[in-house]
Design a protein around this ligand. Structure first.
Ligand code: ZN
Length: 131
């Protein structure tokens, strides 16, 4: 089954979407299988990271800004090449194992939508497959 979710994002940030993924898996009725979480945007991304200390999210964005600063040499007329670099480095999707009707995640892991060029209205997709 395919599920579509809407998000309103800040300028930059990591939005915890673990609850939405859990709900999609529950609604799909799949007990054992695979779940794909996909971001259809070129300046957003999906990742799995720590969900305990909120400072990790702040440090993640801070670090990405250091690694991928805006540079005057960029040619892209939209002016958001740093966000495109961040998007591709983090990636557009994650795959999660589904077992006993739940996503298999470590104790400190959460699933995040990453915004690198907001604020915007965004979407993400969750595809749940039995197997
Ligand atoms: Zn662009």
């Amino acid at each position: 089954m395919l599920f579509e979710f809407d998000l309103k994002t800040p300028a930059q940030g990591m939005i915890d979407i673990t609850r939405e993924v859990r709900e999609a898996i529950t609604e799909s009725g799949v007990d054992e299988g695979i779940c794909v979480i996909f971001c259809p945007h070129t300046t957003g991304a999906v990742t799995i990271n720590e969900n305990a200390d909120p400072d990790v999210k702040a440090d993640f964005i801070f670090g990405m800004d250091k690694i991928f600063p805006d540079m005057k040499e960029f040619r892209h007329s939209e002016g958001n090449s740093d966000a495109h670099l961040k998007s591709s480095s983090v990636g557009a999707s994650e795959t999660v194992i589904v077992t006993k009707g739940r996503p298999l995640l470590g104790t400190w892991q959460g699933i995040y939508f990453c915004e690198f060029d907001g604020p915007r209205k965004r979407k993400f997709y969750v595809k749940v497959m039995r197997g």
